[in-house]
Design a protein around this ligand. Structure first.
Ligand code: B16
Ligand code: MG
Length: 209
């Protein structure tokens, strides 16, 4: 057991991949850039602007910084509209059980997400005010694999990195955890990272770590 648990949001607590995909796809189609689910998989855990750079790899045009910022804003508007479809039903039952059990044990629980929409997503799924701390894309300068978002979360819950476990679905998140001196537990493709400490099949596996 750890004193603190720092959860990634997208891909761990809830699943917004499809909404990210639909929003990026709409932008890519408008700009006549090829985009598919495989490219979308590379965007997992990556910041909005870094995601845009990955999408623009397939473009033959060179865009200015201003144009890129406008594209990211355009995608975010579409994405936020899609997020409005989310309800507390989108909080998976096993995630809810895991969070409640850890809370019963007296552990501190935090979010460490790259997303600048964290607050809105937590509200949609009924978890606003649940976590002891929320560290996200709005309070960091460097995104994953930089450990900043996790270090801020640990600081906010008043625990040392060595006493916290990071739960991630992205390799970039496991790398960030390692660089920050945290242990990590992976789901899905995060388990391919050589530094992951616990390879989980499902989120409830956390309760036996
Ligand atoms: P936004 P996480 C990440 O969230 C997503 O996995 C990634 O696909 C997205 O590009 C990033 O947030 C930024 O999201 O555009 O909402 O700021 O997995 O770190 O919780
Ligand atoms: Mg994630």
């Amino acid at each position: 057991m750890y004193a603190g648990y720092i959860f990634d949001l997208d891909g761990v607590i809830c699943f917004t991949d499809q909404y990210h995909y639909q929003a990026w796809k709409k932008l890519a189609d408008r700009l006549d850039i090829y985009f598919d689910e495989e490219i979308n998989n590379r965007l997992r855990g990556v910041s909005r602007m870094d995601s845009l750079e990955i999408i623009l790899e397939r473009s033959c045009k060179v865009y200015t910084v201003e144009e890129k910022l406008a594209f990211a804003e355009e995608k975010n508007k579409i994405y936020k509209k899609l997020l409005r479809k989310m309800t507390p039903e989108d909080l998976p039952a096993d995630v809810k059980t895991t969070l409640m059990e850890l809370r019963k044990k007296g552990c501190k629980l935090a979010i460490g997400s790259s997303s600048k929409n964290t607050k809105m997503i937590l509200e949609r799924i009924g978890l606003n005010n649940f976590f002891d701390a929320v560290s996200d894309g709005t309070n960091i300068v460097n995104s994953k694999p930089d450990p900043e978002v996790f270090l801020k979360a640990a600081e906010l819950i008043g625990e040392n990195p060595k006493d916290c476990l990071i739960i991630e679905d992205a390799k970039a998140g496991i790398e960030g955890a390692f660089r920050g001196g945290f242990d990590s537990a992976g789901l899905g493709e995060a388990n391919e990272h050589p530094r992951v400490n616990y390879k989980m099949k499902k989120i409830t596996d956390l309760l036996s770590i």
